[in-house]
Design a protein around this ligand. Structure first.
Ligand code: ADP
Length: 199
């Protein structure tokens, strides 16, 4: 059984993922895979450099993400080119990691689970939800992103109500970390039970 875990920026996805991992559950992280596929020395990075020119690689051999972001922001056709290169590779790697998981059930964590076709890979959807004020204050105290930029990211993501409407389970992250832990443990017991039934 695969549980898709999603939520807006600052909702508490990483905290929830870490708690499931501590309970022995494998968490496949879509963001991490997206970074791994363009790691230095890989074929994918080579293809990106062939297309955009060598200047897209920093002197450490890594992808210059900032420059790439500004190119694809200005030129939609380049965004399409890049996505058609990366998406099938990311999807194949995600499926490979999900298939190799040995835990009683597996979590696929992705901020854009519901905005992309990744939700096709999961049996149920778990949404971590928090009100926007909390999202902004938690995300801005974690990263050095301004509240305005967090608002912008939130606007590019599904609204809270649209996301929750697609959820099978919701963790409402309005309390402290103990309350979060209790909710994770409750769902873990439920998922173990469901995973046994589906076997
Ligand atoms: P996301 O991965 O959804 O962007 P995080 O899990 O990183 O969000 O949470 C954002 C920040 O808020 C982190 O610093 C995290 O430790 C903190 N945080 C999350 N949930 C709580 C909570 N219930 N109480 C206090 N801090 C929290």
């Amino acid at each position: 059984m695969i549980v898709g875990l999603t939520g807006g920026i600052g909702s508490g996805k990483s905290e929830v993922s870490a708690r499931f991992e501590r309970l022995g559950i494998i968490v496949v992280d879509a963001d991490m895979i997206a970074r791994q596929v363009v790691e230095p020395g890989g074929l994918v990075l080579e293809k990106i450099a062939e297309h955009f020119g060598k200047a897209i690689i920093t002197k450490d051999g890594a992808l210059d993400r900032k420059q790439l972001r500004s190119i694809i922001f200005e030129q939609p056709s380049e965004k399409i080119w890049l996505e058609s290169l990366l998406h099938p590779i990311i999807r194949a790697e995600t499926i490979a990691q999900l298939n190799s998981s040995q835990s009683p059930y597996t979590i696929l964590s992705s901020p854009l689970l519901l905005e992309t076709n990744q939700h096709e890979l999961v049996d149920r959807v778990l949404v971590v939800d928090a009100d926007e004020t909390l999202q902004v204050s938690r995300a801005s105290s974690r990263d050095s992103i301004s509240p305005e930029n967090i608002q912008k990211i939130m606007q590019s993501q599904l609204s809270r109500s649209a996301r929750c409407a697609k959820a099978d389970d919701i963790i409402l992250n309005h309390g402290d970390l103990h309350e979060l832990q209790d909710q994770v443990e409750f769902l873990h017991a439920r998922y173990l039970h469901l995973a046994q039934q589906t076997h």
